[in-house]
Each structure stands twice: as C-alpha cells, then as structure tokens.
Design a protein around this ligand. Structure first.
Ligand code: ATP
Length: 365
C-alpha cells in the first residue's frame, strides 16, 4: 500500500460453496478518489462491496483501510459510511434525528452533534428541512438526508450500492452531479457499485470493470472509452465496431493491419502489439470516429460502403453501412450532416489512425 492510498483489496477471493463470486481481485483506491465498480449482472460487484463493507468475509486475501488490516473486522467495527438504493431512513425520526443517529450512537457531546448536523445539512442544501419527517420529503431530498447520515461521522470510506437506482432518469442525473460535488467538497474516498455506465462515466475518477468475478480493467472513464484493453471492455462501454484484421507490421507507433479483404489500415499501436505476434486482431473504432470523406486523401484510412439503414437519435444520425466485403459497420454522425448519409447511397467512410485501437482476439493455436 503506497502513501496516499486509502483502501487496498489484495488478492481477494470469495467462494459461495464451490462458486467463485470474486476471483483474485486486487485494487487500490486513493485518498479522496471516487471509484466505481461497473459490470454486468452477476459479475461480482455487490459481493466485492460486501467484502469491503464487512458484510461478507473473504475466503482468501486481505483488505486494508488506511494501512490497517481490517480483513477480519466485523462490519460495525469498520466505521465505513454506506448509502444503498433503499435509503432506509427511520420514518419516525425527523431529518435532524436521522442524521444525528450515528453521532448519538458514538456518544458524541450534544453541542457537537448540533454543530455537525447543521453543517452537513448546509452541505446537502437542506438547512430548512431539519424538523421534517422522511415522508414529507421528495425522493431526491430523502436520498440527500441518507447521504448526510452516511458521512456525518467523518468515516474514512463511503460505500454506495446502486444509490440512485430507485430514482427516475432526470432526478438521477441531477443527483449524480450533486453527490459528486458533495463527495469532492468533503474529499471522502468513495466506492460505488452500479450497472449504469452513464452514471459510472459521469461520477467516477476511475472505473473498475468486472466480469465473472474478475477485474477486466481499472482506468479513468476517458481511457476506458478511448483505450479499452480488451474486447469485453470495448463492447461493454459504449458502442464500438470490431473488425477482424491481420497484423502486417508495426513501425513508429503505427500498425499496419489488413482488414475487409484487401484494405491495409493504419492504427496507432504500442510495443505490446509487436510483442504479441501470435494473435488474431480486432481493429476497434467507435461509430462517432468514422466520418464521411469527400476524397481518400482526407483521412489515413478510407473504405467505400453502402448505407443500409439510418436512425435519427436527436443530436445524431446512426447509420448501418455495409462494405463490399459484407462487413456491417455502425456510424454516428451529427444530425446536421444527415443529407450525406441517406439509405441506399454509396459513401466513403474515413478515419485516422489515432481514432482506432487494436485489440487481441483469440490466440491462434
Ligand atoms: P447485480 O448487478 O445483478 O446485482 P452483481 O455483479 O452485484 O450483480 P453479485 O451479487 O456480486 O453480482 O453476485 C455474483 C455471483 O455470486 C452471482 O452469480 C450470484 O448468484 C452469486 N451470489 C451472490 N451472493 C450469493 C450468496 N449469498 N450465495 C450464493 N451465491 C451468491
């Protein structure tokens, strides 16, 4: 554990009978960082969060919080703040008493409790609501009270489990920004679990993508989107075209790949590509990185395609196009360019080497 790290999970594995729900997971969260665990249903997100919270015990491995080994500590001894989907405020207590509850439990002096609760009420913009009962609040307000209660005792770590899952879309987006702002103001290290990728991309400093109990990639939202390390991450986050290719060579950070029959495409590539020779490759390119070219010289790579379907999605047009080799490709272009991509039309698609990445496909035996 390096200085500046708040939480470390070290080779954690969790078995339920013979089933490995979390499989040799290691990760580190830095002080003040917002890390989201993202993955499909059943990938082990909640189990990992339960291991960190102390609701479940690891089968092997360890968990460290601020340099202390907390692996065998019970949940209540870990002093972690928690916010879950069903915020479970005490219905018979006022907002003030709900937030004061964890402080009274810790036998903090009354004057300090008043001060701490009023401070946190200001932070969540609910100063005027201290005497209300939960049922007299909106869903978003209740969630802010629950957040205040989770952080009022200055825990070293805040855990969020699908915290906004019960809210409608508009309110959810508003609360994402609010929670993120509050988290940054307080500077509390936070781990959140969600399967909403938009939420993860909006709120997180880094995202840990899980699949089958394992970590596929931990990275910043931008890197996960622009530089996915493998096929699972590329397909899980956003939309992407994956086109099979044969590696012809790598020179000065640029790979030459044969795709779609006889097209040699240039793709930005690092040394790792040169080292992994015995692979088949996928050229990955996001739909919005493909553009309509007027002439081949405009882009490093171009291919002629026929438009087979267009879908209007508000700010953009999504189009399915087909190459002469029969490869379907998804394209997304700004709506004001809709004239250039009508159904049945032949167009030239262009993209630059920096807008595509190479991913290893299955190993050739
Ligand atoms: P979701 O997004 O659906 O909540 P998740 O990624 O949070 O999924 P987990 O709840 O961590 O997934 O579950 C991971 C796997 O472990 C699943 O296959 C689940 O069925 C299994 N599992 C979880 N809890 C238990 C348990 N108490 N006993 C047995 N198996 C369990």
């Amino acid at each position: 554990m390096a200085i500046g790290d708040s939480l470390s999970v070290v080779h954690a594995t969790k078995y339920y009978k013979k089933f490995r729900a979390v499989d040799d997971v290691s990760l580190t969260v830095h002080h003040g960082e917002f890390l989201t665990i993202l993955g499909p249903s059943g990938s082990g997100k909640t189990t990992l969060l339960k291991l960190i919270a102390g609701f479940e015990q690891v089968s092997s491995g360890s968990i460290l919080l601020n340099d202390q080994d907390i692996t065998v500590k019970k949940a209540y001894e870990r002093e972690v703040g928690m916010l879950f989907q069903n915020y479970a405020l005490f219905p018979h207590m006022t907002v003030f008493d709900n937030i004061a509850y964890p402080l009274r439990l810790r036998k903090i002096a009354k004057a300090d409790i008043n001060h701490m609760v009023l401070n946190i009420l200001k932070l969540v913009h609910l100063e005027q609501y201290d005497a209300r009962y939960p049922k007299q609040l909106s869903g978003g307000q209740q969630q802010r009270v629950a957040l205040a209660r989770a952080i009022v005792f200055n825990p070293p770590l805040l855990l969020l489990d699908e915290p906004l899952g019960a809210l409608d879309k508009n309110l959810r987006q508003q609360m994402q920004l609010e929670i993120k702002q509050i988290q940054q103001k307080v500077g509390i290290t936070t781990i959140s679990v969600t399967h909403d990728q938009e939420e993860a991309l909006t709120m997180s400093d880094r995202i840990c993508v899980m699949n089958h109990g394992r970590i596929e990639q931990i990275d910043t939202p931008e890197n996960l989107y622009k530089r996915p390390e493998n096929r699972f991450v590329a397909e899980f986050i956003g939309e992407i075209n994956l086109i099979h290719g044969e590696l012809r060579g790598v020179d000065k950070g640029c790979a030459k790949v044969r795709i779609l029959g006889d097209l040699i495409a240039e793709v930005e590539a690092g040394e790792e590509v040169r080292e992994k020779k015995n692979q088949s490759w996928l050229m990955a390119v996001r739909p919005e990185n493909l553009q309509i070219a007027k002439e081949p010289s405009q882009f490093q790579n171009t291919v002629s395609v026929e438009v087979s379907e267009t879908i209007y999605v508000g700010e953009a047009i999504k189009a399915k196009v087909k190459t002469k080799a029969g490869q379907e490709i998804l394209v997304k272009i700004p709506a004001y360019m809709s004239d250039s991509i009508s159904c049945g039309k032949e167009v030239l698609l262009g993209w630059n080497s920096k807008d595509a990445t190479l991913l290893a496909d299955e190993v050739i035996a």
